[in-house]
Ligand binder design. Structure first.
Ligand SMILES: [Zn+2]
Length: 178
């Protein structure tokens, strides 16, 4: 018990649940907000509310967007036959920043990690498999490699290999049944 009023305790509790924020930092942030102007503090509250109510995954690639389709999927100039699989939206942004890639993306929203109870069904793998079966080809990342940081390039390559390796080839037999 710190002896603070309940509302302050609650704010510190919520801030303390954020990654990398310990009890001391939560206390410091709470008092920063108490001292801040109403405008500044409410701007933070509004930004959190807006991001939670307006942002959702693109219905095609799972990139984050305010619309049904993200700007990349909706762009008629993008090559819709080539797909690059990335782990997180930030990886997509890293590749976009290179300006060298003209295909589309698929965001897995995480990585398969059985030890952390993250399985393929927790990610967007099923939707990806459907897109690959529909004919999308993996992007050639080698051309983009020099423009990416070594860490981003390595992670993207690993994700592409992991994802495309287990996808079974299209079997026309299944389609002729009906
Ligand atoms: Zn999209």
């Amino acid at each position: 018990m710190s002896g603070y009023a309940e509302t302050i305790e609650r704010l510190m509790g919520e801030l303390g649940r954020l990654p990398g924020i310990g009890a001391r930092t939560a206390e410091r942030l709470a008092f920063h907000l108490l001292k801040a102007s109403d405008e500044e503090a409410f701007a933070l509250a509004d930004a959190i509310r807006d991001v939670k109510t307006r942002i959702h995954p693109c219905e095609t690639c799972f990139n984050l967007t305010e619309d049904e389709q993200c700007g990349i999927c909706a762009d008629p100039q993008r090559d819709k036959s080539v797909i690059c699989v990335v782990e997180q939206p930030k990886d997509l942004l890293a590749l976009e920043a290179t300006g060298s890639y003209r295909g589309v993306y698929h965001v897995l929203m995480g990585r398969i990690a059985p030890l952390d109870n993250v399985e393929a069904e927790d990610l967007t793998v099923e939707a990806l498999e459907a897109r690959v079966r529909a004919g999308l080809l993996p992007a050639e990342l080698d051309d983009l490699r020099p423009a990416l940081s070594p860490e981003d390039a390595w992670r993207m390559r690993e994700e592409m290999e992991r994802t495309f390796e287990p996808v079974e080839p299209v079997e026309p037999k299944d389609n002729t049944k009906c």
